[in-house]
Ligand binder design. Structure first.
Ligand code: PMP
Length: 310
């Protein structure tokens, strides 16, 4: 593991040192949150001497969809997008777990909160990132007093920067009360998701997760977990989920690029199951980590190696 000597990002169409990539204080996105972004992980495999980027195509597609919802141009093909990312990682010579943050933002120096006729730009940078939340200890979480934004307010399908005020309110409330993370209701009082992750629970061997009508972000890790569970022969149900179903579940866990697969021990001070990581969570978590690190060849279709194989 080693930090890069110089962290190179892509900004204003060029490769440049991250420390020099600065924006004007009049930038539209800074005033109104008019930006959308992605969060992509790359896992370092010491044995293969390579970084594997996880499901870049899915992330590319979601970023493009977010841009379209927010009336932004995203003229990059998947090949170009992948090439830029490989270049910033290669030029910086990253050799550790990383997190990529591609952003499309309204970059004109303009006031008035609108989406049309405001120019936009794209940048992407990488940071070192290991665990964002502890995946081993069992999280202590609460249901937030903040309600997840609804599609009629800010489209939750878009990973829109301004919408993350909602996540930040819930996350800070939870942490300032001594919890690790928050779970948000949707506007109808069904369970939606965490501040930056989707949620799953297990009951009698079946895996459940809130469906797309519950104001969730359609997570790429969520999709992965559902695919893996089905391959293991587990029934997966997407539907409305109530708070007390989580209290009485056998297992509950978060899934997301940042949180990876992190199991929940307590919700609102109620112990979930026997207070240990559940068997299905454990199985899915181990499989997930093996896959992302490039240790399961049959899932290499989800991985993009950064460095050419020697
Ligand atoms: N919901 C929200 C609000 C998020 O910010 C994230 C993180 N991107 C997720 C869910 C999980 O999505 P993914 O698995 O694609 O990272």
């Amino acid at each position: 593991m080693s930090e890069p000597k110089e962290n190179i990002c892509y900004f204003k169409g060029e490769y440049t040192a991250l420390k020099n990539a600065n924006i004007n204080i009049q930038t539209h996105a800074l005033q109104y949150g008019t930006a959308c972004f992605g969060g992509i992980r790359g896992y370092w495999n010491e044995e293969h001497n390579n970084i594997y980027i996880f499901r870049i195509e899915d992330h590319y597609r979601r970023l493009k969809e977010s841009a379209s919802i927010l009336c932004m141009e995203f003229p990059y093909s998947l090949e170009k997008f992948t090439g830029i990312i490989k270049n910033i990682l290669g030029k910086s010579e990253w050799k550790q777990n990383i997190y990529l943050r591609p952003v499309i933002y309204k970059s004109d120096l303009d006031i008035s909160p609108r989406l049309h006729n405001v120019g936009d730009s794209f940048f992407v940078y990488a940071i070192a990132l290991d665990d964002y939340l502890d995946t081993q200890k069992g999280l202590n979480v609460c249901v937030s007093s903040w309600v997840r934004i609804h599609e009629t307010q800010i489209p939750t399908r878009a990973k829109a920067s301004g919408g993350y005020i909602n996540s930040a309110l819930a996350k800070s409330e939870a942490m300032q009360q001594g919890y690790d993370e928050a779970i948000l209701f949707d506007i109808n009082g069904n369970i939606s998701e965490g501040s930056a992750s989707n949620i799953f629970f297990v009951r009698n061997g079946t895996l459940h997760t809130p469906d797309l009508s519950s104001s969730i972000l359609e997570g790429i890790t969520r999709r992965t977990i559902m695919e893996l569970a089905r391959e293991l022969g587990v029934d997966v149900v997407e539907r409305n989920v109530s708070r007390s179903e989580l209290y009485t579940a056998d297992e509950v866990f978060f899934a997301g690029t940042g949180v990876q697969v992190a199991w929940i021990k307590n919700i609102d001070n109620r112990q979930i199951g026997d207070g240990q990581i559940g068997p299905l969570t454990k199985k899915l978590q181990s499989l997930f980590f093996e896959i992302v690190k490039g240790q399961k060849e049959e899932y290499n279709r989800w991985l993009t190696p950064v460095y050419d194989k020697k």
